[in-house]
Design a protein around this ligand. Structure first.
Ligand code: SF4
Ligand code: F3S
Length: 103
């Protein structure tokens, strides 16, 4: 039951999640992160670390976020994305997106 990054991460990429992940299974594209489903050990540490509540266990995914399970897997296993091992600056659009989300 891996964890999944969903819509709220898009245009945010706060990367607090990377800081707490014990197995470094986050990968970055231009506007979000995804979790490698075969590397995630289901520790749950990243879920409360995200300031915009973007991370869910697969079994807890809201119905309207279900598509993100496949998106995380496809992107993480594509071989095209960079593995992140350290947190960094959020995207320039992050605070505006957080405000729009009311978080
Ligand atoms: Fe990493 Fe744990 Fe989050 Fe999986 S649940 S991505 S192992 S912090
Ligand atoms: Fe994205 Fe939240 Fe991590 S915004 S980069 S899932 S801390």
């Amino acid at each position: 039951m891996p964890y999944v990054v969903t819509e709220n991460c898009v245009d945010c990429r706060f990367t607090d999640c990377v800081e707490v992940c014990p197995v470094d299974c986050f990968f970055a594209d231009g506007n979000m992160l995804v979790i490698h489903p075969d590397e995630c050990i289901d520790c749950g540490a990243c879920e409360p670390a995200c300031p915009v509540e973007a991370i869910f266990a697969v079994d807890d995914l809201p119905a309207d976020q279900a598509k993100w399970e496949k998106i995380n897997a496809d992107k993480a296993m594509s071989g095209d994305l960079e593995r992140l091992t350290e947190s960094g600056d959020p995207l320039p659009t992050a605070e505006a997106k957080r405000a729009a989300l009311g978080l």
